[in-house]
Structures are given as structure tokens and as C-alpha cells.
Write a protein that binds this ligand. Structure first.
Ligand SMILES: [Zn+2]
Ligand SMILES: [Zn+2]
Length: 283
């Protein structure tokens, strides 16, 4: 909730943007992005019932949802999609390639392909508008049909959201410049992954250029390319088997601490798999 400055003599429209992470990790991803006029669900990787339950628990009104935006077709990002879109009767924004792969890979109980009635296709690199929110999708390196990260702009506030990427290519760094809030992947600790329980094939996939971002790779971005503009940072898609939340936090803190004294532990939040985060508000 935002309040106008007490100095304001008249009630001006209160401008703020809010991000509420409902779930993050390999068992489901879902985040609510809200402006004054609209709310968007970014990914739908937990069940419809759980999504609505967590929204209400965090004070988010499902009635405000104007659209669902999908990053890629992996199950942890779309498990609740078909039911949510049908129940909420709101459009789903996804790239055409993502839609076709999703349809091919996800069937109903009788084996029939699923479909989405109200569908809008976006193209990475081309911004589009949902109410007063400007959404910019951009290509990320990941083993899916057409995976995307996003920035969202409303009321002069920019929020970046990027998970599921094998490394940080220049176009991603470019898109994340000037973010006031940033949710970014800190998936695994390399040593834990190497020594952990995953089969070698899976380890290789996670470590590859189209896998997931390690704590170290994120730290390298923070040290070398990150502009330090965000008032909050959310470390996301943290592996339950190959990472420790505190390891992710301290690696990020150390990387940020060297160059930015403004950052301290209060600015870094860790996203969870089973419990939503308190809404983070900007503006
Ligand atoms: Zn994922
Ligand atoms: Zn994925």
C-alpha cells in the first residue's frame, strides 16, 4: 500500500508499483506485478487454487488481474496456466513459439492438447502494453522454445524479472539497466551441484549455457555490469538441492558490497518455493 507524502495539500493519484512473489523455484514460479490500475500474473507455475490462495493471503485482489504473461513453457512456469486462464477469463501473453511448444507438450487428462481462448503473442524485443504497464520481453539463454525475461514499467518505475538463464549475455545486461527493483536467478552453488545427487546429464544441463544461473555467475554480473540502481533485489529460483539460501545471499552481498556501500542485507530478499514474499513496493 502506498501513501501520498504528508506534504501534499491535495490528494494526488498515488503512484506505485508492487511486486509480490507467490512462488519461486523448480516446483513452481508465479509473481504478481501491480500498478495503480492493473495487475499481471507473471508465470503460472503453481495450481490455480494455490495461486489465488497466496494472492489473497498477501492482500492481492485476483479481480485486479488483467493478464497472465508467460516466460517459457517449462512446467514450473505453466502448471496452473490453463485452469487459471479459463477461470479468470483473462488473456494470456506468450510468444508464438512458446505457445506451440506448450500445446505440444501439455495435454489434458484424456491426452488432448490444451488450448487457451484469449491469447496474445508477443515478440522478444518488442514492448507491449497491459493497461498502464509497459511490458518488455527479451530473449534469455535457456533450453526452451523461446524463453524470455521481462521488464515492467509503470508510473516511471522499472522492475526487471529474469530467471532460468544459463548465463548473462549482453542483451540481458542491457535490458536490466536502470531497474528500480530486480528479481533475478541465483539458482545453484557450483560445488554443491557438482557434488550433489543429480545425475550427471542433469548436472550438465543445469551448468550449461542454456541452463540456470549460478550464485557465482550472478555475483560476477553484480561485480562487473550491474548499475546498482535497484532499491530491492530478490534472489530467485534458488535450488533446494544444490544451494543454501544463505550461501546465495552472502555471495550476492559480497559481490555488491565491494562496490556499493548502500547495499545491505535489508535490500536483498530471498524468494521461496512454498511461502509467498511480503509485497515489495516502489514509487
Ligand atoms: Zn524454472
Ligand atoms: Zn525453465
Amino acid at each position: 500500500m502506498c501513501f501520498p507524502s504528508p506534504n501534499f495539500r491535495f490528494m494526488l493519484p498515488v503512484m506505485c508499483v508492487r511486486m509480490t512473489v507467490l512462488a519461486s523455484g523448480s516446483r513452481g514460479n508465479c509473481t504478481v506485478l501491480s500498478s495503480e490500475n492493473a495487475a499481471i500474473l507473471v508465470d503460472a507455475g503453481i495450481s490455480c487454487r494455490e495461486t489465488l490462495k497466496r494472492m489473497r493471503a498477501m492482500g492481492e485482489d485476483p479481480e485486479q488481474l488483467k493478464a497472465i504473461v508467460i516466460s517459457h513453457e517449462h512446467n514450473d512456469h505453466v502448471a496452473g496456466l490453463e485452469v487459471l486462464a479459463r477461470k479468470l477469463k483473462i488473456p494470456v501473453y506468450m510468444s508464438e513459439a512458446t505457445y506451440h511448444r506448450w500445446r505440444r507438450e501439455h495435454k489434458d487428462d484424456e491426452g488432448r492438447p490444451l488450448s487457451i481462448e484469449r491469447r496474445e503473442h508477443f515478440a522478444p524485443g518488442r514492448s507491449f502494453q497491459i493497461a498502464d504497464i509497459t511490458v518488455t520481453p527479451f530473449t534469455i539463454p535457456h533450453d526452451a522454445a523461446d524463453p524470455c525475461g521481462f521488464t515492467f514499467k509503470a508510473s516511471g518505475v522499472k522492475i526487471g524479472l529474469v530467471t532460468d538463464l544459463g548465463y548473462m549475455p549482453p542483451n540481458v545486461k542491457e535490458n536490466l539497466r536502470g531497474c528500480d527493483g530486480l528479481m533475478i536467478e541465483s539458482n545453484h552453488d557450483l560445488e554443491m551441484l557438482r557434488n550433489g545427487p543429480y545425475p550427471w546429464m542433469v548436472k550438465q544441463r543445469v551448468m550449461s549455457r542454456v541452463g540456470h544461473l549460478s550464485n557465482t555467475a550472478l555475483a560476477e554480473f553484480f561485480e562487473t555490469d550491474y548499475d546498482g540502481s535497484a532499491a530491492f533485489l530478490v534472489l530467485a529460483h534458488i535450488s533446494e538441492e544444490n544451494n543454501h539460501p544463505e550461501l546465495a545471499r552472502t555471495t550476492a552481498q559480497r559481490a555488491l558490497g565491494g562496490k556499493m556501500t548502500l547495499f545491505n542485507s535489508a535490500n536483498i530478499t530471498l524468494a521461496h518455493q512454498d511461502t509467498p514474499l511480503q509485497p515489495l513496493t516502489l514509487g
